[in-house]
Design a protein around this ligand. Structure first.
Ligand SMILES: Nc1ncnc2c1ncn2[C@@H]1O[C@H](COP(=O)(O)OP(=O)(O)OP(=O)(O)O)[C@@H](O)[C@H]1O
Length: 205
C-alpha cells in the first residue's frame, strides 16, 4: 500500500496543500485533481522522492519511502510531465536504453511488442525527434509495459493523445490494475476505464 499522511507542500512563499491524506491499494486508481498550479506535479515529485514534503510522510508498505528507497524505486515507475525521451535515439533504442538504465533486461521482441501495442509499430526505427508530440509521449508510455512496476505514478499521461491512443493508454492502465497494480495520476481529461471506479484526491490549500 502507498500512503500519504498529513502531507504539506510549500513552494516559494505559497502553501500549495496541507493536511493531505490518501491510501492506494492493489487494483486501485487515484486521480489527483486540481487547477493549474495547485501542486499536482509537486505532489507526484514528492511521491517519487524528488521533493521533500514540508510536513507529513509517505509510506510504501508501511515504511517511509526514504528508508524503503531501494525496494520502493524497484517497484515504482514514473511518467513525468515532460516525458524523458532522447531525441537522437529511435523509439526502440529509447526503450532499450531506459530499461537497461533501470537494470531491466529486455529483448528486441519485447520492445517491438510494447511499441506496437501503443500503435507505434510503423516507426520503431525512426529518430524520436522526427515523431509528433503524441507519438513521443506514447514511446515514453510504452516503457510502463516493460518495467513491470507495481506502482505507476503518471503525470498527465493522456495529454496530446488522439482518440485511439487515449483508449489504448486507458486500456493499458486498466490491465495493470486488474493484474493487481496500482496507479496514481493527474489529468485534466475525463478518465474512463472499464470496471474501474477511480478514487479522487482534490488538492486545495
Ligand atoms: N522550484 C519552484 N520554486 C517555487 N515555486 C515553484 C517551483 N516549482 C513549482 N513552483 C510553483 O508551484 C505551483 C504548483 O506547481 P505544480 O507544477 O505542482 O502545479 P500543477 O498542479 O501540476 O499545475 P498544472 O496543472 O499546470 O500542471 C506553481 O505555482 C509553480 O509556479
Amino acid at each position: 500500500m502507498l500512503e500519504g499522511k498529513d502531507l504539506a507542500c510549500v513552494r516559494g512563499e505559497r502553501t500549495l496543500f496541507s493536511h493531505l491524506n490518501f491510501t492506494l491499494n492493489e487494483g486501485e486508481l487515484l486521480l489527483v485533481q486540481g487547477a493549474n498550479g495547485s501542486g499536482k506535479t509537486s505532489l507526484l515529485r514528492m511521491l517519487c522522492g524528488l521533493l521533500t514534503p514540508e510536513f507529513g510522510e509517505i509510506l510504501w508498505r508501511g515504511e517511509e519511502i526514504g528508508a524503503a528507497r531501494e525496494t520502493y524505486h524497484a517497484e515504482m515507475a514514473y511518467f513525468g510531465h515532460a516525458p524523458a525521451v532522447k531525441e537522437d535515439l529511435s523509439a526502440s533504442e529509447n526503450l532499450d536504453f531506459s530499461c537497461r538504465l533501470a537494470g531491466i533486461p529486455v529483448d528486441g521482441d519485447e520492445v517491438k511488442g510494447a511499441l506496437g501495442h501503443l500503435g507505434l509499430g510503423h516507426c520503431l526505427n525512426l529518430p524520436t525527434k522526427s515523431l509528433s508530440q503524441g507519438q513521443r509521449r506514447r514511446v515514453a508510455l510504452a516503457r510502463l509495459m516493460l518495467v513491470k512496476a507495481k506502482l505507476w505514478i503518471l503525470d498527465e499521461p493522456l495529454t496530446a493523445l488522439d482518440q485511439a491512443a487515449l483508449q489504448l493508454v486507458q486500456n493499458l492502465i486498466g490491465e495493470h490494475l486488474r493484474q493487481g497494480g496500482m496507479a496514481l495520476m493527474t489529468t485534466h481529461q475525463p478518465v474512463m476505464i472499464t470496471g474501474i471506479v477511480p478514487k479522487t484526491l482534490p488538492l486545495t490549500p
